[in-house]
Design a binder for this molecule. Structure first.
Ligand code: GLN
Ligand code: ZN
Length: 754
């Protein structure tokens, strides 16, 4: 018999109810009890939805007020000392202090560090573990949620983040290896499992996504024993170990399959090895058949074939990974055109898809639903909306004459030096200026039709001129137009490109209460007409100084969208790259002499396994070069990257061959630059001299220090001076103050080092 499992359901609420409640609670507009009521209601609805849509193994403890890793930190009592935890059941106050920092007189502490959850756009809070870390069971969350569900009549499968993933995702203070805490952490895990079993859980899910990554042999050697220990305390409950986001290598797979746990969940959407583990598997499997990270309807016939050909039918089926990364419910969708909507599937629909597979195989029912699925999938394959042969042909020929600049950097630099005659340590910013409430309000009013296009345009022009005057006054060398016309750096372009569509309801959690609404790339991508030329040209016409054109790069557009799954990601990226290339060419034709192509997401697209890095880096670098390679030597290409560990990809950053890169370094205190001790970055570079995430105005001297430090590692003739990212989240007062200091710092250094 086939059973359907939910291995994790979204929790922010179909209409982002949790987001609203959290933000009201933080503002003290609602009480803790009111927040708890909203949470309870959302949990009940999630269980109900799962039940109604045929889920047999309904999930619990996948709810979270902020983040499931933070929940686990609390569960295990691994709260860093600075939060002054009293050792009792962890309160919401301590919880949110770790999530968001606290600025009260009793507790003045920053939040825990936050970082990307595997290769998704979700961020988790990083546990900090000390060498002598103690663990003790410190919240009752999984037990309470289990009991809560039971009261409503649902016997749920609690989900716990497993010990290996927890330890390996944590940061060891003073650089010690967190895996060494395994023997200390296991007793608490066993206690948790025992308790859940005693409460009557038929199933317990242990999430171990870390097992898909490259693991060192010390870790691999401990997998089997760890899982066996967990199983020992499970009584009559069954243990399901969930791996996802990639496939397992043979060695790791053997360790898990040979352990005593009852079921292994495999991601069958990503990677290709997992599929080969299904046939004749001695272990009972949960097949992650339906893509948990994308919005497309699955081809159910194909899935049914796979099950029939590879299993005896005694399996669990599920989404490939928790549905946290997929929006809630397509039935709520108001914006996507009907023709495209029939190709889509959000979380609830994914449960329905699983239910169709189950019932068709178990009972030979649901044939109408299956037929409809086949029709929809077929419709997508042949739709005229998707296919554009001109675009398809264009990406067939990608060679050096397309990707490479006309001359080498050294030659270009000479030409550019003469025509731009910039001072030493030229100053610039990353693109956006404060999106103050008047900017956001005007945009909202324009969208609602409350102001007309003419007036909105007038408003944007005034803002742009104002920003230009401010930059001239401060004395910035290379000016930007300020990006006031843009809502979001991907959406702005997606809205103007063919092949993109937008949803009204497609929110996914990014971190805490923050959600994003990624565009959907459904078809071949092209650029029907210029996207930014009007604003760049308008800005350039207002000033004698050089205005940098401002574009988002192909990889960042790809990374921050739901990408079509009917062709290689690489090909979609190439199509976007050509669209940006067209824009770059038009900017150049219209007198824009410096063009910045932002690629902040280049690093996060890196595959989870190292063996796949090379291929990804090759095509992603090529995409950037397709976009930028079209210009004359006289046109200067800039790029920008931020908030990532660049050490891994430093060679590829150089291979982009941008004339200038601006890059974040100030938060990591110029750590990036240590990478340049080993690797000599060949072109010009603007290491961010201050952190734009804080309203704090940096001192001139600290910025001078940073620039001096950089000058020791990079030829000072190739150093630019800029903040570390766009300024859109800041206010004007601190922005002007900081930029004034930055310009002073550059000027003083020019004089000192002449
Ligand atoms: N040009 C963009 C800005 O300044 C870059 C944003 C980013 O790096 N995320 O806002
Ligand atoms: Zn940035």
């Amino acid at each position: 018999m086939i059973k359907v499992a939910s291995i994790g359901y979204p929790r922010i609420g179909p209409k982002r109810e949790l987001k609203v409640a959290l933000e009201n609670f933080w503002k003290s507009d609602i009480s803790e009890a009111e927040l708890q009521t909203v949470a309870k209601d959302l949990r009940r609805k999630n269980w109900q939805t799962q039940k109604e849509n045929g889920v047999d193994l309904i999930s619990s403890n996948d709810f979270s007020f902020y983040d499931q890793v933070l929940d686990t930190i609390c569960l295990l009592g691994a709260i860093p000392k600075r939060y002054k935890w009293d050792g009792k059941e962890v309160s919401l106050k301590t919880y949110f202090a770790m999530a968001r920092g606290s600025q009260t007189s009793e507790l003045d502490v920053p939040a825990l560090e936050m970082t990307k959850w595997f290769d998704t756009n979700y961020h988790y809070l990083v546990p900090e573990l000390s060498k002598d870390q103690a663990f003790q069971l410190s919240t009752n969350k999984p037990f309470e949620e289990f009991n809560e569900a039971k009261k409503y009549g649902f016997n749920t499968k609690p989900i716990i983040l497993g010990p290996l993933s927890f330890l390996l995702l944590a940061k060891g203070l003073d650089g010690f290896k967190t895996i060494n805490l395994l023997s200390k952490i296991l007793p608490v895990y066993k206690e948790i499992i025992k308790k859940l079993s005693e409460l009557g859980a038929d199933w317990i899910q242990i999430d171990e996504p870390i097992l898909v990554k490259d693991l060192d042999s010390q870790v691999v050697a401990q997998i089997k024993n760890t899982l066996n220990e967990l199983k020992k305390s499970s009584g009559s409950s069954k243990i399901l170990v969930a791996t996802y986001f990639e496939d397992l290598n043979d060695e790791v797979k053997n360790e898990i399959f040979e352990s005593d746990i009852d079921v292994v969940h495999l991601d069958l959407v990503r990677g290709n090895r997992n599929k080969s583990y299904v046939k004749n598997s001695k272990k009972q499997l949960s097949l992650g058949l339906i893509d948990g990270r994308n919005v497309w309807k699955a081809d159910l016939q194909e899935k049914i074939e796979f099950i029939k050909n590879n299993t005896s039918g005694d399996i669990i089926i599920a989404s490939s990974c928790p549905l946290l990364h997929t929006p809630y419910d397509l039935d709520l969708e108001q914006k996507v055109p009907q023709e495209i909507k029939r190709w889509l599937s959000f979380s609830k629909q994914k449960l329905q898809e699983l239910n169709i597979i189950k019932n068709f195989i178990n009972n030979n029912t649901h044939q109408t639903e299956l037929k409809k699925n086949t029709d929809d999938v077929q419709d997508r394959k042949t739709s005229k909306l998707i296919h554009d042969n001109v675009v398809k042909d264009r990406i067939k020929i990608i060679n050096k004459s397309i990707t490479d600049r006309k001359s080498s950097y050294t030659q270009r630099a000479k030409v550019q030096k003469d025509i731009f005659s910039l001072p030493k340590y030229p100053t610039t910013t990353i693109g956006s200026f404060p999106q103050t409430s008047d900017v956001r309000q005007a945009r909202a009013k324009f969208k609602r039709g409350e102001i007309d296009e003419k007036n909105y345009d007038k408003f944007l022009k005034e803002k742009t001129i104002d920003a230009i005057r401010k930059q001239e006054k401060i004395g910035i060398d290379v000016i930007v137009h300020g990006e006031f016309e843009r809502n979001d750096m991907v959406e702005y372009f997606g809205e103007q490109l063919k092949g993109f569509t937008f949803t009204s309801s497609g929110f996914v959690q990014s971190y805490g209460s923050r959600c994003v609404k990624p565009p959907i790339i459904y078809g071949n991508v092209s650029r029907p007409k210029p996207m930014t030329v009007r604003w760049s040209k308008f800005a350039q016409d207002q000033t004698k100084q050089i205005v940098k054109g401002m574009l988002t790069g192909p990889i960042t557009i790809l990374q921050w969208s739901f990408v079509r799954d009917d062709q290689l990601r690489k090909n979609t990226a190439q199509e976007i790259a050509f669209a940006i290339r067209d824009e770059v060419q038009d900017l150049e034709k219209n007198g824009i002499r410096m063009i910045q192509i932002d690629e902040p997401a280049l690093r996060e697209g890196l595959p989870l396994k190292k063996k796949d890095w090379k291929e990804y880096l090759e095509w992603s670098v090529d995409c950037f070069k397709i976009s930028s390679g079209v210009v004359k030597d006289e046109t200067q290409i800039h790029t920008h990257m931020c908030y990532a560990e660049f050490e891994d990809i430093i060679n590829s950053i150089a291979a982009l061959d941008a004339d200038v890169i601006s890059i974040e370094t100030s938060r990591s205190r110029m750590e990036l630059l240590t990478a340049f001790e080993k690797f000599k970055y060949p072109n010009e570079i603007g290491p961010g001299v201050y952190d734009i995430h804080s309203p704090r105005v940096p001192t001139k001297d600290e910025m001078k220090e940073l620039i001096k430090k950089a000058s020791k590692l990079i030829d000072s003739k190739r150093i630019w001076v800029n903040p570390d990212c766009g300024l859109k989240t800041r206010g004007w007062p601190e922005t002007t103050a900081a930029l004034e200091k930055m310009v002073e710092a550059a000027k003083e250094l020019r004089n000192e080092t002449r």
